[in-house]
Design a protein around this ligand. Sequence first.
Ligand code: HDE
Length: 711
Amino acid sequence: MPRKDDLMEAKEAQLSEQKQQPPFITSDHGVCFENDTDSLKAGVRGPVQIEDFHLREKITHFDHERIPERVVHARGSSARGYFELKESLSDVTQAAFLTDKSVRTPILVRYSQVLAGRNGPDMTRDIRGFAIRFYTSEGNYDLVGNNIPVFPIQDAMKFPDLIHSARPEPDTEMPSAGVTNHDNFWDFISLTPESMHAVMWMLSDRCIPRSLRMIQGFGVHTFVLLNAKGERSFVKFHLRPSTLGVHGICFDEALQVNGVDPDFHRRDLFDAIARGDFPEFDFGVQVVEESRENSFDFDLLDATKIIPEELVPVRWVGKLVLNKHVDPFGENEQVAFCPANLVPGIDTSNDPLLQGRLFSYLDTQINRFGTVNFTRLPVNCPVAPVVNNHRDGFMQGCIFRDKFNYSPNRGASIRVDAQRGCPTHPTPIQPGATKIRAKSEKFADHYSQAMLFFNSMTPIEQQHIIDAASFELGSCKESVVHLRMLDHFNHINRDLAVKVAAKLGCACPPALLDWTYSTQVSKHLSMLDPLGGTSAGSSVETRQVAVILADGFDAEQFLAVSQGLKSAKCVAKIVAPRKGKIESSKKTEDTAVEADSTFFTTKSVVFDGVIAIGGAPSVQTLAASGACLAFINQSFRHYKPIGAVDDALSLLLDVSSYGKVQLTGKESSSVCSDQGVVSSAHGASSEFVKVFLDALGMHRFWMRDISRIPA
Ligand code: HDE
């Protein structure tokens, strides 16, 4: 019987071998050096000696430090952790890690953006990669998915075109920041109707996520499961944050985050793990029995389609926990995923997009590493033993002392194990099928699920899609691109087409008289729907709150607020006009606080909410600071919860007059909460803190009229 942590310990052992041994600096050959500062010269002012092998080795190594970045998904952030199975899937698969509940499977997750370069900014509107490596007892299983469940194309043949169109335009190399608001991208998309469903997802707030800890994950393709009896079923893989919900931010904010903190998502993931707030995701499967393969309006092999959960509910069977940082190069950069890394019991389907991926990934890794031996790197090494006759090649890390590198042989040949090997299902080939470059008929429906998605959004989410489309197309110069996209929108939703056309200043294509708009909705697609939306009921834990104050702040209020936030497991950060110790009104050492950042070094966009603490001298300083008022007004513009206590209410003048927010009166003893602005004229009572935390749990107050707020 395996112990729960056998695999965890085995992986840990593989990774820990790489640790540096302090304290002496040596050459790559283990020779100690007496000096690592000065090159060897002929006299103190003389020329450097070519014999200085320490200098030459150091510089040469540096010169070769880079490997080609990934051709897509170059920018990524990873974490390690484990997978735990709660409900066995032995009815549908024989995969050990999906049937044996007693084992913890080590994992590595790499989140990424499709388009940004390796050092690009985090907050682009883009699909996020959500790739998971499971180091199972039967070998590595890679689930290389995304944060949206559909892809813009149906066949691998179009992938290079899709990516070329999205990349900087070839004649100018602009825009170069991994963004898609340019003619070439929308030109290609407008000529590719199959992309419409994915386009709806990409224009939604899912593609400007609040945190990598707050996204869903999808395997996208339909895969095949095989159980121990050899029975086949189809599966789509799902991940969702266990408690934090799925949240996006507002687009104006996304634009600014890139300037204030280009590492916004990377930092958030790193900090959460450092604090011990380990991201957790539920793992689920939608299983379709073989007999239902052709029973849907769409083709299961079409990666531009979801299986609505109303038709096939998700079985949530396990949990992923991310509890360890990784080495950014050794693991995040060198991890080499491949959708063909499958284990017995999980197989591929005939999805033509997936089929193309099966050879692309190995090919691209050989290009990145310059050798087939990247599999020997610790991050890529399985915990299951590797035994085969693959030999030699660049950077071969193994020493083979055996006589035979072939089988069968005259000695003890290595053999296949039919019992434990990856079974192939004897799926019959379609009768009468001929070789053909075409797709099945159902692939031709490009609008039904785009409509389903748009129909399932709340009015605010629909507005955000309209705004995003207007931004993206508004940056395009070619009217032919506008017109083609408006025509597609017209086939998805009339209102969408009319409103985007108005923002673009174009004539909207005429209403379609012989076109049937679907009225179907799915309650699993919205983030904001209070009943069943993916953000509903999420916890406030780990949310970042700016507590703003200056010298002379009210110590009791600060204590009440910071304790309240701490007990709700929020992260409070003090933002003040300057760094260093900020004195309270009591002027005692134990009530002074250290500022985390200033209005100069940070901006409201990196916080989830703000609370202004009272205290006359402090508020006077803050009220005279344009940067502080802009901080509050921006929080309001970005629909975030705001709290203010006693005389700090005076910092909300713009919010109350231009935003028409009601604040508590001096005479009122109760806490007032209007549009997510929580005010108290009688100190930071427990009621104030509670109402603020409730507002924080709402994430954003999208109903606000922000049009007149100066910021
Ligand atoms: Fe990828 N994709 N992809 N892709 N993809 C790569 O592999 C490719 C597709 C996805 O964190 C590359 O190692 C083709 C779908 C993720 O390391 C490359 C096609 C989905 C990652 C490649 C697709 C993805 C990649 C680049 C169409 C969602 C990052 C570097 C046939 C299910 C993995 C690399 C990481 C990376 C090719 C389509 C997700 C070039 C040809 C669909 C998350 O091999």
